[in-house]
Design a protein around this ligand. Structure first.
Ligand SMILES: Nc1nc2c(ncn2[C@@H]2O[C@H](COP(=O)(O)OP(=O)(O)OP(=O)(O)O)[C@@H](O)[C@H]2O)c(=O)[nH]1
Ligand SMILES: [Mg+2]
Length: 300
């Protein structure tokens, strides 16, 4: 939790310090403080509809005529923000699919390959057997990067190198992981959003090809989002959801941004489970998303 608090400090400073400055002592929660609160939420990347939801919850629990303290407002605000995030707090469980196929998708540089490495470590620590598949055959150095993670974590990596067919790499890895009875297959992909049509075809083909082995695969499509892009993350979810049905989100780089408030927008607009958050570049800087802790982190 200490890591989380340290990592989301920039988001906290943006939101919580502004809050403390505006809400001092006691007063009525009438229009003027509500407007200030709305501005503060918007400037913290919480987004219009999520801000309105949080405020209407707050209004309902506080009432506008009562004289209330700053502490009470903070507590009620925390409750309403936590409620929103709890609606998407649903950890990723891998069951006995042998293997459970986790497909990693996302825009360029979002942190996909790093998240593959971190997830391999996470599942290994849970005593699961893991394999990585290098489905990013587009970028020349992608396979080397995944090999590095495989070696570091101590898990096998299946690859065919630059220019190979992504679906065929993942198909081969799936066959191999299945024959070895492994628990989890984590497949990296390329993030060429600038070639949307090409990417869409590639992702659809991956899905089609691996569902020939097991028609319930992929069992999880994890969309990796860089939280530093703020409200643009909303567009990215829309685009990827059109290409391939996204079943979970990972929000990376919360450590480098003041735009972590976008998480409330994502929770409100999509209701897609937020599985993990990334708090740094190292392999152990991935945490299971916990709504209560996150909200504590931006208020503490
Ligand atoms: N600070 C921080 N850096 C991160 C985090 N996750 C990834 N990174 C860094 O972000 C950069 C891009 O990460 P990659 O994992 O290569 O991203 P990618 O989505 O695979 O990129 P492409 O394959 O080029 O599309 C690297 O320098 C990572 O170390 C995080 O949670 N926090
Ligand atoms: Mg990559």
């Amino acid at each position: 939790m200490k890591d989380l608090f340290a990592a989301i400090e920039k988001t906290k400073n943006k939101f919580s310090l502004g809050f403390k400055e505006r809400f001092k002592g006691s007063g009525k929660l009438d229009e003027s403080p509500i407007e200030d609160l709305e501005t503060l939420l918007l400037s913290s990347d919480v987004g219009v509809s999520a801000s309105q939801r949080i405020i209407s919850d707050l209004r309902a629990s506080v009432g506008k005529d009562a004289l209330i303290s700053d502490e009470l407002i903070a507590n009620e605000l925390k409750k309403s923000m936590t409620k929103l995030l709890e609606s998407v707090e649903e950890p990723l469980f891998v069951n006995n699919k042998s293997p459970h196929v986790v497909l990693i998708v996302g825009a360029n540089g979002a942190g996909k390959t790093t998240t593959c490495g971190k997830l391999a470590k996470f599942f290994k620590a849970m005593e699961k057997t893991v394999m990585l598949a290098s489905g990013d055959t587009f970028r020349a150095a992608a396979t080397d990067q995944l090999d590095f993670w495989g070696e570091k974590i101590g898990v096998p990596v299946v690859s065919q190198g630059h220019g190979a067919d992504s679906a065929s790499v993942i198909y081969d890895a799936f066959t191999s992981a299945k024959s070895r009875n492994l628990d989890v297959l984590i497949a990296d992909t390329a993030g060429r959003l600038q070639n949307k049509l090409g990417l869409m075809e590639e992702l659809k083909k991956i899905k089609r090809v691996i569902s020939k082995i097991d028609n319930s695969a992929p069992h999880e499509v994890l969309l990796v989002l860089d939280s530093g892009v703020g409200q643009n993350a909303i567009d990215q979810v829309r685009v990827f959801n059109e290409m391939i049905e996204v079943s979970g989100l990972v929000l990376t780089k919360l450590d480098g941004t003041a735009k972590g408030g976008v998480i409330f927008s994502l929770a409100h607009d999509f209701k897609i489970p937020i599985r993990f958050i990334g708090l740094g570049e190292k392999e152990d800087q991935l945490e299971i998303f916990n709504a209560k802790q996150f909200v504590e982190g931006i208020f503490t």
